[in-house]
Structure formats: structure tokens, C-alpha cells
Design a protein around this ligand. Structure first.
Ligand code: RB5
Length: 151
């Protein structure tokens, strides 16, 4: 299941991604918002991130004006590795190298077609593991307060 959400700045690209998910039979849960009226992005970003953190969703997709605010919120939630992506290369690499689990995009930065393309790449790219496993574990260690630097 994919958890998806947005604020007013990301509503246009969220709706385009939802159309893509529907067309491709990908299960999703929409956490809002549903109108272009101004809202506070932490409310929506937190709910999507929590669904990923709790294991309810495999991945999250959150959209705001830039993708930045929602990524800041999501990265405060345990187990979440949120990445702001504006191009196909970043969408692919953050799955392959960072094992990112929340894709953040900006409706004032990219158009609908680009958002759909990035979501498609993100959802269909696997983590490479190998040398990246250790680095992602370091992120988890920092999150859990037990990161030790061994020179
Ligand atoms: C809302 O105007 C805007 O601040 C928000 O969508 C987002 O870009 C924040 O990072």
C-alpha cells in the first residue's frame, strides 16, 4: 500500500499521481488534503510518514509547494527516510542507495507529468544493499542515538 498526501501547494501533482496509481491498480490511501484552500503541511506529511513508520504503507508520497517542508516533517518520524526529488536520477538513486521510503515532490517545482514519472521510477526501483546497507544503518543509528564513529 502507498500512503499519499499533500498540502494546497502539492494538490495538483498529488492528484496526477493518484490517477497514475489508480490506472496501474496500485493500492493507496489518500491522507488529504482535498482542496486548494491553504492548509498546514505538517498535518498531512505526518500522517503519511506515520503510516510508513507503522508498517501500514510500504512507501509514502507527499507533495507540497517545494517538497521540502513535507520532507522535514517526514524525516522526524522514526524509520522514515524521506527524499525530495525533482528529477528522474534522484528518484532512482534515492531508492538504490538510500533505501528511501518516502518520496517528496513540489507542485511549484515540477509539473504533473514529471511527478508521475518520478513516482513510477521510485515505486519500481529496488535498494541495492551491499555497501549502502552499512550507510543506511548509520542513519538508523543516528536516529536511535547510538551512532559511534570508529576511525
Ligand atoms: C505553502 O505555501 C508552502 O510553504 C508549502 O507548500 C511548502 O512548499 C513548504 O515547504
Amino acid at each position: 500500500m502507498i500512503a499519499i498526501g499533500c498540502d494546497h501547494g502539492g494538490l495538483n501533482i498529488k492528484n496526477a499521481v493518484i490517477d497514475y496509481l489508480k490506472e496501474n491498480g496500485i493500492d493507496y490511501r489518500d491522507f488529504g488534503c482535498d482542496s486548494p484552500e491553504s492548509v498546514d503541511y505538517p498535518i498531512y506529511a505526518y500522517q503519511v510518514a506515520k503510516a510508513v513508520s507503522d508498517g501500514e504503507a510500504k512507501f509514502g508520497i507527499i507533495c507540497c509547494g517545494t517538497g521540502i517542508g513535507v520532507s522535514m516533517v517526514a524525516n522526524k518520524v522514526k524509520g522514515v527516510r524521506a527524499a525530495v526529488c525533482t528529477d528522474a536520477f534522484c528518484a532512482e538513486m534515492t531508492r538504490r542507495h538510500n533505501n528511501s521510503n518516502v518520496l517528496c515532490m513540489g507542485g511549484r517545482v515540477i509539473d504533473e507529468a514529471t511527478a508521475v514519472k518520478l513516482a513510477d521510477i521510485y515505486l519500481h526501483t529496488s535498494f541495492e544493499g551491499g555497501r549502502h546497507e552499512k550507510r543506511v544503518q548509520m542513519i538508523t543509528d543516528i536516529e536511535n542515538g547510538n551512532f559511534v564513529i570508529n576511525d
